[in-house]
Design a protein around this ligand. Structure first.
Ligand SMILES: [Mg+2]
Length: 405
């Protein structure tokens, strides 16, 4: 029997949350940005009127203002977004145990085994969810209904805001095949360009490629995309109970040539810290400790770890700590073959271990950094990892590691 999967996506989430406290601005072009006073700051989110003026996420405030001189800028409130996210997921949780959040404003729901309790009609349930979220929070969502996760996600993107799209066995080719390959989950800009060079521009064209050809072209990703395009995605919706507690999240990279200079070590550490932080945020986790490992050219391994005075999932904080550890650990210029950064002592809630933080001294700085890093997550989700990064390191991450209990 086919599964019944819903993908729910909050529309213009950050901007919509902000507009709840500024209802008078609803019809005007509004954007949320890192620092409204900073001309070169970037747009983190915008509402529909701003979108119609051509304002784009990630462009500079300066450029956005050129297109839309009346654009109203609001600072972000990340904690508010996290709160709404939690409450909205709790509503989804009333309909199934299998709710898997994807970032702060999207979730998959597998209702295969519970739909009969709520009338048995998936589209009607999707409409009910839209009504409830609107009534209870004043926010709109778009919902995709399908027989796998990838198509459910396509459905929620297909028509928005505030809409339901059903992609079923009898119509999926009509809806999905004409869409550009870039609409498919995990097809970033570089994959899209690569496929474009082979004349593959739509999902329909992708579905007609041989699996072998795609695998040769893109490795494991290629055969995954073949399955996605042909409606064969069978990845499960992982509810909280299926997501075993994660003990540590680490990344390592072996360099093409050994590192001997501090600036090289610095960019290696920042690449790894970025990736670790991004994964923590994806899993909704915070770390209370950081570990750095070094393997030298004689294959000797050294590591050092420390605890933090408050838990974090921010790249900036993980990076600062990892750099301190690396500086202590490394006997320059002993050639480094491999570096690793691992986040330890993971928790699902942010924890503070010092008095200062409880008083909220650092709040604004923290808020700003939260907003910037989570906006980067959103951009990467949309455009692929390469679209935006902190460092300039050429090496790519090789070893992703999760330790589960
Ligand atoms: Mg959204």
């Amino acid at each position: 029997m086919d599964r019944i999967i819903l993908h729910c996506d909050c529309n213009c989430f950050y901007a919509s949350c902000e507009l709840l406290s500024h209802p008078d601005l609803r019809q005007l072009p509004v954007a949320v940005c890192g620092d409204p006073m900073e001309r070169h700051g970037i747009i983190l989110a915008k509402n529909e009127p701003a979108k119609r003026c051509g304002v784009k996420t990630a462009e500079t405030i300066w450029k956005a203002k050129q297109k839309c001189p009346g654009l109203i800028l609001l600072p972000p409130h990340h904690r508010l977004y996290a709160e709404y996210s939690k409450k909205i997921n709790a509503v989804y949780g009333e309909y199934t145990d299998l709710v898997e959040p994807f970032g702060i404003d999207e979730s998959w729901l597998d209702v295969t085994n519970s739909l009969h309790l709520f009338g048995g009609d998936a589209k009607a349930l999707a409409d009910t969810l839209r009504e409830r979220i609107k009534r209870e929070f004043g926010l709109t969502i778009s919902v995709g209904v399908s027989f796998n996760k990838v198509f459910a996600k396509l459905g929620s993107d297909y028509k928005k805001p505030d809409a339901t799209t059903v992609i079923a066995r009898d119509n999926w080719r009509d809806i999905v095949f004409p869409l550009p390959v870039g609409d498919l989950l995990f097809v970033g800009r570089s994959a899209q360009e690569l496929l474009g060079r082979y004349g593959v521009r739509t999902i329909g064209e992708l579905s007609k490629c041989s699996e072998e050809m795609l695998e040769t072209l893109m490795g494991k990703m290629g055969s995954q995309l073949y399955r996605y395009a042909n409606g064969l995605d069978d990845s499960p919706v992982r509810g909280a109970a299926d997501r075993e507690p994660i003990k540590s999240v680490g990344n390592s990279t072996t360099f093409r040539r050994d590192l001997t200079r501090w600036d090289e070590v610095q960019s290696g550490i920042s690449l790894l810290s970025d990736s670790v932080a991004m994964r923590l945020r994806r899993y909704g986790l915070y770390c209370g400790g950081v570990q750095v490992g070094i393997k030298n050219s004689r294959f000797q391994v050294f590591s050092r770890q420390t605890t933090l005075d408050h838990s974090t999932h921010l790249m900036r904080e993980i990076n600062d700590t990892a750099l301190r550890l690396a500086k202590d650990l490394w006997k320059a210029p002993d050639p480094i073959r491999l570096l690793s950064v691992t986040a330890l002592h993971l928790t699902e809630e942010a924890q503070s271990y010092r008095q200062l933080d409880l008083l909220g001294t650092d709040d604004t700085q923290q808020e700003k950094q939260e907003a910037v890093e989570s906006a980067m997550d959103a951009l990467r989700k949309k455009f692929g990892r390469g679209v935006i990064s902190y460092g300039t390191a050429e090496d790519t991450i090789s070893g992703e590691k999760i330790e589960r209990e």
